[in-house]
Design a protein. Structure first.
Length: 315
């Protein structure tokens, strides 16, 4: 079975999404050829009475235990850096990316997940208080020990990514080979300054696309690719950061392509991401079997050249 270029986001599994539903979604994803499962050590602290995360990792650990052999069929990604130091302390006070924090988080995540290694370990967000040299060395130590495989950076400015790569080369340790940012077909206005749609970090820019294209060892992952259902649901309005004429024209093109192919707009968005150059791997956090099947259909969809051109033209 061909590997699907789509990752399943397990953020709300074990909290908002109950165990039975979560297990069913995970089973369906793997049975369909899905490989990447993405979570974090802080998921989902905002939905749990304790104010701390870990519920998603713990659920995945129970799923692995209940499905002998499935761990060998998937690539597991989790993150470090955003777990609150105490309930209500996010975002001002989190664990960060010191050597001590990374050492503790790796040990805890492995125990929760019931595994001896993490295939892709993400720095969840940049830690400006910890020297990059320390963070790079800590990740490199665990990569050398085999407890983590690849190293990824999420919500980072590109100059910080390149600086970490240079430090890893100097130290002779594993450097980052994956980037995870927010991205979708619609694009926010330039100079938006918020932590969700800021071009400076946390959003895949044209510069980042060029960077990944010229450095093929760097995989791009995109979270929130279907914008929480905004392409389909009237009760999920598009964020005001996208309020500009380009959005109007892009939505018109998207609707035209979806109608011509007889699919949903979300399916077209996912196909646009996975079939582009470079490929962008969407992380989809689907909560129902219907939504998951839509996402899987989008990952399998190949856009004809003329329709991809139509999608890329309107601005």
């Amino acid at each position: 079975m061909t590997e699907l270029k789509i990752a399943l986001g397990a953020m709300e599994y074990g909290t908002r999404i109950d165990e039975r539903t979560s297990f069913g979604l995970l089973d369906a994803y793997v049975d369909a050829g899905g490989v990447w499962i993405d979570t974090a050590n802080c998921y989902s602290f905002w939905q749990h009475p304790s104010g701390h995360g870990g519920q998603s990792e713990e659920l995945l650990g129970r799923w692995f235990a209940a499905r002998p052999g499935v761990r060998d069929r998937v690539k597991l990604a989790t993150k470090v850096g955003c777990e609150p130091l105490w309930p209500g302390s996010f975002p001002e006070h989190t664990e960060g990316l010191s050597e001590k924090a990374i050492d503790s988080a790796v040990e805890t995540s492995l125990r929760r997940l019931g595994t001896d290694h993490i295939d892709l370990y993400w720095a969840h967000r940049d830690d400006l208080e910890t020297p990059l040299e320390e963070t790079v060395a800590a990740f490199g130590k665990h990569a050398q020990a085999g407890t983590i495989g690849r190293i990824g950076l999420s919500n980072y400015a590109l100059w910080r990514v390149e600086r970490m790569r240079g430090l890893a080369l100097q130290q002779g340790v594993e450097g980052p080979t994956a980037l995870q940012m927010r991205y979708s077909y619609l694009q926010p206005r330039p100079f938006v300054r918020d932590n969700t749609h800021d071009h400076r970090f946390g959003w895949i820019t044209d510069e980042m696309l060029d960077y990944a294209d010229r450095n093929p060892e760097q995989d791009l992952f995109a979270y929130s690719p279907v914008m929480s259902g905004s392409y389909e649901r009237e009760d999920r309005p598009i964020h005001e950061a996208f309020d500009h004429p380009g959005t109007t024209r892009r939505l018109e093109a998207l609707a035209k392509v979806a109608a011509e192919l007889g699919v949903t707009r979300s399916e077209v968005v996912l196909a646009w991401l996975t079939g582009g150059t470079p490929t962008v791997i969407p992380i989809v956090g689907m909560s129902t079997p219907t939504y998951l099947q839509t996402a899987l259909a989008g990952a399998r969809l190949t856009l004809p050249t003329e329709l991809r051109t139509l999608l890329d033209e309107p601005w």
